[in-house]
Design a protein around this ligand. Sequence first.
Ligand code: PEP
Length: 250
Amino acid sequence: MRKPLIAGNWKMYKTPKESLAFLEGFLPLIEGHTRDEIVLFPTMSSLGYVIDAAQGTNVRAGAQNMHWLNEGPYTSQTSPTMLVSIGCRHVLLGHSELRLYFNETYERVNLKLKAAINHGITPIVCVGELLAEREDLQTEETLRSQIRTALRNISPTEARRLVIAYEPIWAIGTGSTATPEVAAEAHTFIRHELAQCCGQQIADNTRILYGGSVKPENIASLMAQPEIDGALVGGASLVPTTFAQIVHYA
Ligand code: PEP
């Protein structure tokens, strides 16, 4: 059984005060909800506050990125040991906004993935094609290359806690969601690639989330697809009532 995971990526929004105000509104709305795992990804400046405020609830909080080393002369970076020290157990890796604007590569995602696994942090590795790649019928080739590079030298045992987020870049922040069928087709392909890299058992157990303009109006039809194990939600995760509606999809 793959327990569904609904994650909220807050990108570069919300001060610590605003993050805590979100929780105040959100926690009562999802109290006792155990069907899905719920993880928020605030900015680094809010992360410790959110982790502390969510203690003892059904909500977890993770980092939007991290370095793969424990310390060093890397201005602006946060290490896995630093995340663990504040109780952080989830990290987003390879988000398309990092790939597009900050030159993130899947070689680095691979190093970060290994580090996350070694530190007991659950990694959510983002993959997804550009619109031009989809139009050129290159979607599968792109996904294959992203997955194979990210998972290089990761053993099946190490891949046990891996989560993948399929986020077609043309659907992120654009309002145009992939249809449930298009998303499910990509998820099936990703699971097939996971089986090639890590074996069928890992592929069968790995949660694959869909991300890209998920809203209360489309979450139910996406989650009705057996291949879709949850969602990574950007814009619609910023408002407590909207995100709670997504968590409570029928
Ligand atoms: C995201 O940031 O991962 C995302 C999917 O954004 P949005 O839901 O706003 O498209």
